[in-house]
Design a binder for this molecule. Structure first.
Ligand code: PLP
Length: 390
């Protein structure tokens, strides 16, 4: 585990590195890609060994028998998250954007409303709209740099035509680890408005010291009959290219509906992803995650100290995730200007706030999962790009 190691990713068909110039115009030679959420680190050795063993064997036929995979999930959820998962509840999708699309397809009809607490991970709205459903935005409250929920306001926004709510827990962007009380509020809200509750917990392993992620299924027994849980190895272990996600559904009726869509679309897992994920959910994987989180904690402290020292910039205090959410409103600049300073002057590719929905307008999102020297370089470039504010 050497998270300081600089590993060349240019020219490897990496979306983060090789699409930075075509998408953002940030030059490949000396740009710093801090946008899409993958990490510039190798996964634990156990994952690489699993790929090697498959390559050594050299036959790449259809995957069969997910008993070991599901046992690994069960072990991980029990030991790391205090959550008991029945293997029969688990579906393996082509990642969690795919899982989200399948939920929209299985549990709503065209024209139905799907509720999002915005700003939130941009693919949710993209998938909902592409499926001909309506995004119903419930804006989070930015209470002095910390996102909170206001259920009285959200109740007033409901029309009776909403069928589903998607929660991002922990939250991307902003990094909130929701408290039990907040999660109970979401469960009550879903019940009050008769919504299927999809809880995307893909960031649940990347939680900083002092925070305690609570699995939605453990919050309230009464919400199980409307609950869909989503988890994955991909974000935790940096294996997003495997395109593998878990959609975990305790309720038999919801499960049957979801199984119907999986069957209709012929979705089945890829063998490399299954081997890597099974290897990752292990004691070795757990030790690696602990070291990773400690490293990311150092990165966020370095980034926040450097960025918050620039007058007008404010980086939200992350409780989880490696995705810093920086508020530029205090600069008094319009969006085009602060974005140009980051992309053209600092040569850093970032995610643009408005893609996350209402509330994201004055923000840019920075991915900090890269060797610390690169985070340091990014901070120095930002300080230079906004030097006139000092
Ligand atoms: C909340 C959330 N869900 C899902 C994903 C992506 O999932 P996948 O790569 O499995 O489609 C991301 C990626 O950043 C995310 O932040």
């Amino acid at each position: 585990m050497n998270f300081d190691e600089i590993i060349e990713r240019r020219g490897t068909h990496s979306m983060k590195w090789d699409m930075m110039e075509p998408i953002y115009g940030v030059p490949t030679e000396d740009g710093i890609p801090m946008w899409v959420a993958d990490m510039d680190f190798r996964p634990p050795d156990c994952v690489t060994q699993a790929v090697r063993a498959m390559a050594d064997h050299g036959i790449y036929g259809y995957f069969g028998d997910d008993t070991d995979y599901k046992a690994a999930i069960g072990w991980w959820m029990q030991t790391r998250h205090g959550w008991d998962v029945d293997p029969d509840w688990i579906f393996t999708t082509h990642g969690l954007v795919n899982g989200t699309g399948l939920c929209v397809d299985a549990f709503t009809e065209p024209g139905d409303g799907v509720v999002l607490f915005t700003p939130v991970y941009h693919a949710f709205a993209r998938v909902i709209r592409a499926a001909g459903r309506r995004v119903v935005e419930c804006p989070l409250v930015n209470a002095n740099g910390r996102y909170e929920m206001d259920f009285a306001a959200y109740d007033a926004l409901m029309t009776g035509e909403e069928r589903m709510v998607i929660l991002c827990s922990p939250h991307n962007p902003g990094g909130r680890v929701w408290t039990r009380k907040e999660l109970q509020g979401v469960a009550d809200f879903a019940r009050r408005h008769d919504l299927v509750l999809v809880s995307d917990e893909i960031h649940h392993d990347l939680v900083f010291p002092g925070q305690d992620h609570i699995v939605m299924d453990t919050v309230d027994d009464g919400v199980r009959d409307r609950l869909v849980m989503m988890t994955a190895t991909t974000k935790s272990f940096n294996i997003a290219g495997t395109h593998l996600g878990n959609v975990i559904i305790p309720d038999p009726d919801l499960r049957a509906r979801f199984a119907g869509r999986m069957g209709a679309l012929g979705i089945s897992p890829n063998s490399f992803g299954m081997a890597m994920a099974t290897a990752a959910y292990s004691a070795e994987g757990a030790a690696w995650i602990d070291a990773l989180v400690a490293y990311l904690d150092g990165n966020r402290q370095l980034f926040d100290a450097g960025v918050n020292a620039i007058p007008g910039l404010s980086s939200m205090a992350l409780q989880s995730t490696y995705l810093a959410w920086v508020d530029f409103a205090g600069t008094g600049m319009d969006r085009a200007e602060f974005t140009a300073r980051v992309e053209e002057n600092a040569r850093i590719a970032v995610n643009h706030g408005p893609t996350f929905g209402t509330g994201g307008e004055g923000f840019l999102r920075f991915n900090l999962a890269t060797p610390r020297s690169r985070v340091q370089e990014a901070v120095e470039r930002l300080q230079k790009a906004f030097a006139d504010l000092q």
